[in-house]
Each structure stands twice: as C-alpha cells, then as structure tokens.
Write a protein that binds this ligand. Structure first.
Ligand SMILES: C[S@@+](CC[C@H](N)C(=O)[O-])C[C@H]1O[C@@H](n2cnc3c(N)ncnc32)[C@H](O)[C@@H]1O
Length: 343
C-alpha cells in the first residue's frame, strides 16, 4: 500500500458526484414520527459530572457490544460512538435527532456513519483520514448481520445514555467538557494489550490541574505551539483548550500538534480535535515519537497537505462531472422538445 492509498478514505471516492450529505442539509424529523413507531430516546439519569457521564456511556457501550457478540474489533464500537459524537443537534429539535437515529435499521447505520465522516472530511480531510481506523469498517460491502445488530445495540445504548447531550452542542466549550472517547478506548482494550501499549490515560482532574497551573494569560501567546508526543485520545489538549477558553482566549488561534504511535489512539485524537474545535492549525500524527527527529511533525504536515490536495482534486472532478451531467440532461431535454415540436 502506498502512502497515498493509506490516506485515501474510501469515502473520498464518490462514484457519482454527491452533494453535502442529507443529514447536513435538513433537520431530522421531529419526535412525532418516532412516537408513532415507539422508538424514542429513553429518559436517563445524567450524572452531574461530565467525566462521570462519559464513563457511564463507555460502560454501557462496552456492555452492549459484548452482550450482542460484536466481536473483538474494537474499532467498530469506537467508530460508532465517534461518528455519533461528530453530530450536532439542530437547536429547537428536542429529542428529534436522537429519536431519528434510534429508528434506523441495522443495515442503515453504516451509511449514516459514512455520511457523517464524509461531511467532516470535506472540511478536514487530514483528520478524517487520520481517523480511518474508526470508519474503515463502515465501507465493508458485505457486513456481518450479527455485527450490524451489535452496532445498533451500541448506538441505542450511547444515545439513550445521553451521548448527544455531551457532544451535540453548537458551543465547542460545552462539547469539550469531557473526552467521551478516552474511557471507551481504554475500556475496550484487552488488559494485556493495554499494559503493553501503556494505554492509561491521565484523569481529567489531573490534566485540568496541570493546564490551570501551566497556562496563564502571559504564557498563552497566540501562535504558540502546543505539542503532545504521546497524545492518547487527547485528554491533555482538551484541558489546555478549556483553560484557554476560560482565560477568554480562542484555541483556534494556536498551533496544536499531537502524535501517537498507535493508529487507534491517533484516530480518536483526530476526531476529538474536530469535536473540541481546536482549529485550522491542529494536526494529529501517527509515528514513533522516540525515533523520529521532530516527533513526526514534518511527515504529518506533508500528509495533511496531500489530504487537502486530494480533497480538492475529488471536489473538482465531482463538480465537473455534475456540470457535464447537467449539460447532457439539458441536451436531452432540448432534443426531446425539438422532436415534439417537429411532430
Ligand atoms: C500513558 S498514555 C498517555 C496518553 C495521554 N498523553 C494522557 O495523558 O492521557 C500513553 C500513550 O502513549 C503512546 N505511546 C507510547 N509510546 C509511544 C511512542 N514511542 N511514540 C508515540 N506515542 C507513544 C501510547 O500509544 C498511548 O496512547
């Protein structure tokens, strides 16, 4: 596999020119339809602490995945929750989005997730390419029906436990109150795997304390580069971003570079970078920080540039294909109308 292929999500190869995904264009149906089919978001008791809430969601998702015999591919429940966490609840729709998701049949879910990832790929192809491990499975043309039922069970559990209440906000400050992927990634990893990888994330109370101690108005000069050579799912970045916001500063004005040797951890950090809105100068790499001179920074930037260039090429092709289809349709109409006029 070449580098190009590696960073080419299948999402990026439209067979036909496609417009913005349907979910991005229209509000999901209101709860009325959901009430009819009796599948509506359940009332749950949300823990006051967002980190506790995220842990509870993770426990429920892990339970649902194992109870439904989902198998050992932890990228599937992780990718499911990550996709749902990338959705925004249109204001004023109440539980409409949750109800609409809960009504999807198992076979409809991969398509929904592909559209969510594709919608974000258009803005940040580098981050969605980095998150490939989280959505690659959704492109399988012959998915295992049992696995799809497990994906549905995970979706129901995450939504019913209030995932969208943590991540569906328009305001990035509210979306960044916790890291929903951290307890899931560490909880899904097998014990021995976790030990071998050192996949133990720093508790949020510790990263918050560190950020509060290290980042003040003087320290936080715009253009500053914040680097994390073993980022995990990005918990440290989250605390720094919130600290900046608390100081009245905007994380989008800073440079962020996170790296992890593990592709799944880097994938989670890439999705979190979008959820937490770290901005246009936030990049996530996947390399060994100890053996690369600059922690893989130059390679990550080159890969990001290639992702953007590739996205632009696809968009150009899609736009010109759409234009020529429109022209052919017009020509057909013209010929048909002329035929009618002659007759
Ligand atoms: C202990 S966790 C820390 C994660 C995060 N920094 C935190 O505080 O929550 C360790 C992470 O470091 C990553 N890691 C271990 N060795 C690495 C290396 N040589 N280069 C890059 N990442 C590495 C692991 O994959 C894992 O995600």
């Amino acid at each position: 596999m070449t580098d190009n292929e590696l960073f080419l999500p299948r999402a990026a190869i439209p067979n036909t020119p496609r417009q913005a995904p349907a979910w991005a264009k229209k509000s999901p149906p209101k709860s009325k339809a959901a009430t009819r089919s009796k599948i509506t978001a359940q009332k749950y008791l949300a823990p006051r602490d967002p980190h506790e809430h995220a842990r509870k969601i993770a426990e429920n998702v892990i339970d649902a995945w194992h109870q439904s015999y989902g198998g050992s591919s932890i990228d599937i429940p992780l990718g499911t929750v990550a996709a749902l966490a990338l959705l925004r609840q249109p204001p004023g729709t109440g539980n409409g989005l949750a109800d609409w998701i809960l009504q999807r049949q198992p076979h409809e879910l991969p398509q929904l997730f592909k559209e969510i990832y594709l919608g974000h790929w258009i803005k940040r192809p580098d981050l969605i390419n980095r998150a490939l491990r989280l959505h690659d499975w959704a492109w399988n043309p012959n998915p295992d029906p049992q696995q799809l039922r497990a994906v549905q069970a995970v979706t129901h559990r995450a939504v019913n436990q209030g995932l969208l209440d943590l991540t569906g906000h328009d305001d990035p400050y509210l979306r960044a109150e916790t890291d929903v992927l951290s307890p899931l990634l560490t909880g899904l990893r097998h014990k021995s795997d976790k030990k071998w990888r050192g996949e133990y994330h720093t508790p949020a109370c510790v990263t918050d304390l560190l950020a509060n101690m290290l980042v003040d108005k003087n320290f936080a000069q715009p253009d500053l580069a914040i680097r994390e050579p073993a980022i995990g799912s990005g918990t440290m970045f989250r605390s720094v971003a919130q600290r900046l916001r608390d100081l009245g500063l905007n994380p989008r004005d800073y440079h962020w570079y996170g790296n992890d040797i593990d592709a799944l951890a880097a994938a989670c950090a890439a999705v979190n970078t979008i959820i937490w809105d770290l901005g246009p100068n936030a990049f996530i790499g996947c390399a060994d920080s100890l053996t690369t001179e600059d922690g893989g920074y130059a390679k990550t930037l080159a890969e990001a540039n290639e992702s953007f260039a590739q996205r632009d090429r696809y968009m150009d092709t899609a736009t010109s294909t759409a234009a020529s289809r429109r022209a052919f349709r017009l020509l057909d109409d013209l010929i048909a109308n002329k035929g009618t006029a002659v007759a």
